[in-house]
Write a protein that binds this ligand. Structure first.
Ligand code: G3P
Ligand code: MG
Length: 249
């Protein structure tokens, strides 16, 4: 049994900022999380062509802005003209693709902890890990809790560790490969963020025994959330911001 790492993070984590209630990865999403008393948000960060750290889930801008280009081929000033809210609902029209800087300032001012998922465009893993970590270090500037950096891309986490070793890291996994302990240890992660379908009491106990915290994504059923809480999970990422008993947690 290894000791569990310090875990200064709230239990409930709003997925992509506002889950299903606001356009993902926007300032409006962060405002929604704040309004519903969420004290932590998860969002996806990647680079524009000219290396600005922006929030965007997909490799291309198509789904959330209607512009078919890959984000990696667009400079920030060009990106800044796009509408990342209208696809979701007309009331959000004009919502921009945000810089990490805006999101950090908003969430720091509102006491909202952040899980920055490093989501590199193809073949940009290392530079994205480096630049997201560098920007996170600059923006949080020692504020607590520090942003938790997670990624499916281990090369990005490796680069983040090299750039900002003091920022905590979490290994994101779609399932539990046989060598998960080794992978997490190599990157000096403090947590495993695992697809909730693979988490049960035994798996959570195994993760804890390895000296790691366990976070479940993405849980939208309150009954499943209650079971995960009973089994000792350390955090739950949810889209169902309006269905979870956040204030009681
Ligand atoms: O960080 C958990 C979750 O966001 C991972 O999946 O595709 O929603 O970024 P995705
Ligand atoms: Mg994500």
């Amino acid at each position: 049994m290894r000791p569990l790492p310090n875990w200064p993070y709230p239990f409930w984590i709003a997925h992509r900022g506002g889950g299903r209630l606001a356009p993902e990865n926007t300032l409006a999403a962060m405002r929604t999380a704040a309004r519903l008393d969420y004290c932590m948000v998860e969002f996806d960060a990647k680079l524009s062509r000219d290396n600005h750290v922006i929030l965007l889930h997909d490799d291309t801008l198509a789904r959330t802005t209607g512009d078919a280009r890959p984000a990696a081929q667009v400079d920030y000033l060009d990106l800044a003209r796009l509408d990342a809210g209208a696809w979701f609902a007309s009331e959000f029209a004009g919502e921009p693709v945000p810089l990490l800087e805006w999101i950090a300032r908003h969430n720091l001012a509102n006491g909202i902890a952040c899980n920055i998922e490093i989501k590199p465009c193809p073949d940009r893993e290392t530079e994205t890990g480096t630049l997201v970590a560098r920007e996170a270090l600059r923006l949080w500037d020692g504020a607590t809790p520090p942003p938790l950096l997670s990624s499916f891309a281990e090369a990005a986490l490796e680069a983040a560790r090299a750039e900002a070793p003091t920022l905590p890291r979490a290994l994101l996994l779609e399932n539990l490969p046989a060598d998960w302990r080794l992978r997490a240890a190599r990157l000096e992660c403090i947590a495993i963020h695992l697809d909730a379908q693979w988490l049960d009491a035994r798996v959570i106990a195994d993760i804890h025994a390895a000296g790691l915290r366990a976070v479940a994504w993405t849980v939208n059923d309150p009954e499943q959330a209650r079971a995960l809480a009973r089994w000792g999970v350390d955090g739950i990422v949810t889209d169902a911001l309006d269905s979870m008993a956040v204030q009681q947690a």
